[in-house]
Design a protein around this ligand. Structure first.
Ligand SMILES: Cc1cc2nc3c(=O)[nH]c(=O)nc-3n(C[C@H](O)[C@H](O)[C@H](O)COP(=O)(O)OP(=O)(O)OC[C@H]3O[C@@H](n4cnc5c(N)ncnc54)[C@H](O)[C@@H]3O)c2cc1C
Length: 399
């Protein structure tokens, strides 16, 4: 990997800063919900980015993206985090979008890519099922051919933001008679199709991110199959590699680090601020070094992927493991830094937030505690830490 500093980096940083100064509306600054922006904010921000030609910051120019280098993408992430810009739809940008770019037919691309750029179509991921999480290939949701359609029946779970999504990318079993990986197909499904029911799951942070999604005789045109029938596992592996590498979520780490610094600057401690406390400053410096290390690892993984290095997959798992552990450490440190207020923002002993939780939605302290609880899941979603360790261990045996 080339560690030399890109000579154009400072100029690019200035370009991004100027864009953010001019185009990021004040009303969109500072996510109200620490995890993902509300739908309306996310869509408005996507439109602004797209109007500027930045609708797909992580895609190559061949696929209509910005074609930025990894260093440029990092600068973009850093500056957006520092400015408090809304999130984008990661399911579209980092998961299904790259799958469409690589495997979709020209007709599918023409139908699905423009609304991703414009923000008109938000996506969710229908992979996990009750009993099929880590062992994803055991999934049972069935798709049976019926004329020019598939008839889909089954249940997905933990479907993040399905209640806000327009479309879902779905893994289904099209052939139960072959080896489990070989009988899986990848379908694109309009969430408005009759027979789909979305039920909320309220998580430990008291919020609605998650859902159960039921499919009852849902008719999906066969033209919505991506790749060949039975080829879904190949697409899934491609998507999961991207998901592991992006789950470290550098923009989130940067946002938390900035939040921590700003809080510590303002929080009184003795005669000075919390930031002036030696022990606090030392712990903060260590965490900042870890965030910088993740940023270098992001570049390294991207360089290995570009070189088609066989170890890129395991490096993506290392990134997922370290990045999500760091999200937990940072969010816990943020709550600790609130002192007694951190305890006030916690849920009641029965884990129920109830009416008072609704009130504290307006309260940034509540948001900090709420995110700390949500991030407990970071080492589970996108493939648990144990699964990542398994991938890394297998790779160790190969070299
Ligand atoms: C907040 C959140 C958001 C999510 N969003 C989505 C989404 O949008 N779409 C979607 O499809 N899914 C989503 N998921 C599901 C997620 O991908 C699964 O929860 C995850 O893959 C783990 O599967 P599981 O929950 O079935 O746990 P299990 O697979 O049952 O695992 C239970 C425990 O056993 C361990 N374990 C399992 N297999 C092994 C093994 N081989 N070796 C060692 N240990 C093992 C696991 O690490 C874990 O600790 C989300 C999950 C969460 C928590």
């Amino acid at each position: 990997m080339d560690f030399r500093r890109d000579p154009n980096r400072d100029a690019f940083r200035e370009e991004v800063r100027a864009f953010l100064r001019e185009r990021l509306p004040a009303a969109l600054v500072g996510r109200k919900n620490g995890v993902r922006s509300e739908r309306a904010e996310l869509v408005q921000w996507q439109r602004i980015l797209n109007a500027h030609g930045w609708g797909a910051p992580y895609w190559s120019s061949e696929h209509g993206g910005t074609g930025w280098t990894v260093q440029q993408r990092l600068v973009f992430d850093e500056e957006c985090a520092a400015a408090g810009a809304p999130s984008q739809d990661n399911f579209a940008q980092k998961l299904v979008g790259p799958v469409l770019n690589h495997f979709a037919t020209p007709r599918q691309k023409a139908e699905h890519l423009p609304p991703i750029f414009s923000g008109e179509r938000l996506w969710c991921q229908g992979f996990s099922e009750p009993g099929s999480g880590s062992d994803l290939a055991s999934l049972r949701t069935q798709a049976v051919r019926d004329g020019g359609h598939y008839l889909v029946n089954g249940q997905k779970i933990w479907t993040s933001y399905a209640h806000q999504a327009d479309w879902i990318f779905l893994l289904v079993r099209t052939d139960p008679s072959v080896k489990k990986q070989a009988g899986i197909s990848f379908l694109l499904v309009d969430m408005k199709t009759p027979g789909i029911t979305v039920r909320p799951i309220i998580s430990i942070d008291g919020r609605h991110h998650l859902n159960e999604t039921f499919f009852d005789n849902v008719r999906v045109p066969m033209s919505n199959l991506v790749g060949a029938e039975g080829e879904g596992w190949k697409l899934t592996k491609f998507l999961l590699n991207n998901e592991h590498a992006s789950a470290a979520d550098l923009p989130t780490l940067l946002r938390m680090l900035n939040g921590l610094k700003s809080l510590a600057r303002r929080a009184p401690a003795g005669t000075g601020s919390l930031l002036e406390r030696h022990e606090f400053a030392l712990r903060l410096a260590r965490l900042e070094a870890e965030v910088r290390a993740i940023s270098v690892l992001v570049q390294r993984v991207a360089a290995m992927e570009a070189d088609h290095s066989p170890a890129a997959h395991a490096m993506g798992s290392i990134l997922k493991l370290r990045g999500t552990e760091l999200q937990q450490k940072l969010s816990e440190f943020l709550v600790e830094s609130l002192g007694d207020h951190g305890a006030v923002a916690c849920p009641a002993a029965d884990g129920h937030f109830g009416a008072e939780r609704e009130t504290s939605r307006q309260d940034p302290l509540g948001d900090i505690a709420s995110e700390m609880f949500y991030r407990r899941a970071a080492t589970i979603y996108g493939g648990s830490s144990e699964i990542q360790r398994g991938i890394i261990a297998k790779m160790m045996f190969q070299f």
